[in-house]
Design a protein around this ligand. Structure first.
Ligand SMILES: Cc1cc2nc3c(=O)[nH]c(=O)nc-3n(C[C@H](O)[C@H](O)[C@H](O)COP(=O)(O)OP(=O)(O)OC[C@H]3O[C@@H](n4cnc5c(N)ncnc54)[C@H](O)[C@@H]3O)c2cc1C
Length: 422
């Protein structure tokens, strides 16, 4: 009888979960586990919480949803807090098993844990959160195109998106230790009432992810106009808002991709339906960038050897964080982030450019603040976009945003600035 641990990381779902599929195929019994890793619950070197309240709340909701779905198919979820290496080894000893199945991650802290586990356990890792499986990429990762357009063209031309897996109908588990889902205050944060001005009252979990997809695609057919609305700033439907669910793995990119294709067959195929696939490829691009460049995406000079000098002035940084720079477009966006844990893509590009080029502050501090606050924080998308904005990433040009010109284009009526500043 083979018993295996299924260690959930950023793949909080049963459908299209490659690690789960493989564990089920190879094992008679599964022990599903989630661990709050202490290293992501502390402070970073800038003094910010590594995981702020908005993301913890979304994570707790996602775990609740996952636990319910596991119980529905005959299993359960063990939830622990501490050092994953120590805890996974001890769970292995408790249940007499040495096999661990998990989703692969691509950045240093996550890989360090994987490597420590390899020393004592049989670890099996799977690419559950990619759109294109690395085996289907027709170039060596070390030689991947540095610029997005070249990457996208190669992938679009030579790679297929594999069909997603369905959720299993049953999962057999031994008698599992009963553990509770913690609450926000266990992490030192106060319960909060969501801000009414937020784009969405984001709720974690795979069920909520499916509801959002149904709303955006099938109920409102907003997907048909995505390309025209995606630079919006206010409200639920100017863009898909899939990012928090993707970041926590409540839905897989392949599931979204398959639904876009179904929409193209059943409703219509146009530039907007293509554009959502295009944006999913940006996400993919940053994952492959992390695979190729490793720790460089976190370093001051990024993937370029430009030797830029970065400054850090705490009071100026605080003004940026609090929306008190005096640039009303930047300030409105920063207040939205602080009050809700979300900011539009247009906003993110502007505030990042402003921090780097106007305030001349270290981009890594900006990235760390985003890491702390964003509900949809995804290590490769965040750092990939930040090095891009700082001119030390995959962008061949130094892109500087004129924030007031941008405000004139995207917030002509000032409705967005009024919403957050008045
Ligand atoms: C400085 C900066 C930091 C960012 N940090 C993150 C982050 O931590 N997590 C995150 O998910 N996105 C990040 N983004 C990318 C982007 O802003 C968000 O993915 C997007 O705003 C989420 O809203 P949406 O789901 O409605 O996007 P949509 O416009 O509906 O796009 C659909 C999906 O495509 C992907 N996507 C779109 N644009 C990008 C992009 N530029 N880079 C990578 N993926 C993209 C996302 O998965 C998104 O959910 C960042 C962008 C910038 C400029």
């Amino acid at each position: 009888m083979q018993t295996s641990i299924l260690w959930f990381r950023t793949d909080l779902r049963l459908s299209d979960n490659l690690a789960l599929q493989a564990a089920l195929k190879d094992s008679d019994q599964i022990i599903p586990v989630y661990i709050f890793d202490e290293q992501w619950l502390g402070k970073d070197r800038w003094g910010f919480d590594r995981t702020g309240p908005y993301r913890i709340q979304f994570l707790l909701e996602s775990l609740k949803d996952l636990k319910v779905h596991l119980q529905e198919v005959g299993s359960d979820l063990i939830i622990k807090r501490g050092n994953p290496v120590v805890l996974l080894k001890s769970i292995g000893e408790q249940y007499g098993c040495k096999n661990i199945y998990a989703t692969k991650e691509y950045t240093s802290e996550e890989i360090a844990i994987e490597n420590k586990l390899f020393a004592d356990l049989n670890v099996h890792l799977f690419h559950s959160n990619l759109l294109i499986h690395p085996d289907d990429i027709k170039f060596e990762i070390q030689r991947m195109p540095e610029v997005f357009t070249a990457f996208r063209k190669k992938v679009e031309r030579y790679s297929e998106v594999r069909s997603p897996f369905k959720s299993p109908e049953s999962i057999s588990s031994p008698a599992l230790e009963k553990t509770d889902i913690p609450v926000l205050t266990d992490f030192g944060f106060e319960e909060y009432t969501p801000d009414k001005r937020a784009v969405l009252p984001f709720k974690g979990g795979s069920l909520e992810a499916c509801k959002r997809l149904d709303h955006y695609f099938w109920d409102t057919e907003k997907l048909s106009v995505y390309k025209e609305t995606r630079n919006g700033l206010i409200g639920a439907d100017y863009s898909s808002k899939f990012s928090p669910w993707l970041a926590h793995g409540c839905i897989s990119p392949r599931t979204i991709y398959e639904e876009i294709e179904r929409y193209e067959e059943e409703v219509e195929k146009n530039e907007s339906t293509y554009w959502l696939k295009f944006e999913l490829l940006w996400r993919e691009f940053f994952k492959y960038t992390a695979m190729r460049y490793g720790n460089k995406i976190f370093q001051a000079n990024g993937i370029k050897d430009k030797n830029k000098k970065w400054g850090y002035r705490p009071r100026t940084m605080e003004k940026w964080i609090d929306g008190e720079t005096g640039d009303d477009f930047v300030d409105a966006n920063m207040i939205e982030l602080k009050e809700t844990g979300f900011m539009s893509n247009r906003g993110r590009q502007n505030v990042a450019s402003y921090l780097v080029h106007q305030l001349n502050l270290d981009w890594r501090a900006g990235a760390a603040w985003f890491e702390s606050m964003l509900i949809d924080y995804d290590v490769t998308s965040n750092y990939g976009n930040w090095i891009y904005a700082a001119g030390v990433g995959n962008d061949p040009r130094d892109r500087i945003f004129n924030t007031q010109k941008q405000a004139g284009m995207y917030d002509k009526s000032r409705a967005y600035r009024k919403l957050w500043l008045d």
